[in-house]
Design a protein around this ligand. Sequence first.
Ligand SMILES: [Zn+2]
Length: 162
Amino acid sequence: MKVLNLRCANGHGFEGWFGSEDDFLDQNGRAMIECPLCADRVVSRLPSAPRLNLSGAREPAPAPQPEAAAPAPTVSAVTASVSGMQPPDLQAAWLSGMRQLLARTEDVGLRFAEEARRMHYGEAPNRGIRGHASPEEREALLDEGIETVAIPVPRALDGPVQ
Ligand SMILES: [Zn+2]
């Protein structure tokens, strides 16, 4: 039994099982082989089976390994952060993102709820602010349609006022 990699005129790849190569040539010569996807009968044989080319000495196999392996680090990174065991580079990335956030927002300290309200009702210019708010204050803000995001900021990064 021989497994041959075949391709139709429309570019569909599929496998054909034959008793021998002559069988294939014979059947193909009489247009008896058709593409399982589009029933096209103009079938050509691919030069070799790349997935069986393990030695790699004779033919340069089209190696999909780099693309296939690429997503792996992302997956493990996500897993690592979820499990709370952050590798140093992840922690550094998080810290640098936090620094940017702090740089782009105005620290209003304990006046956070008050400032958020003033912005919401157009009494103060709309901008990114950060500060401290109790869970009760945040709930009250939410009742008024003002959404806030609670972010644990490491003390080392926060302003000297705190
Ligand atoms: Zn086809």
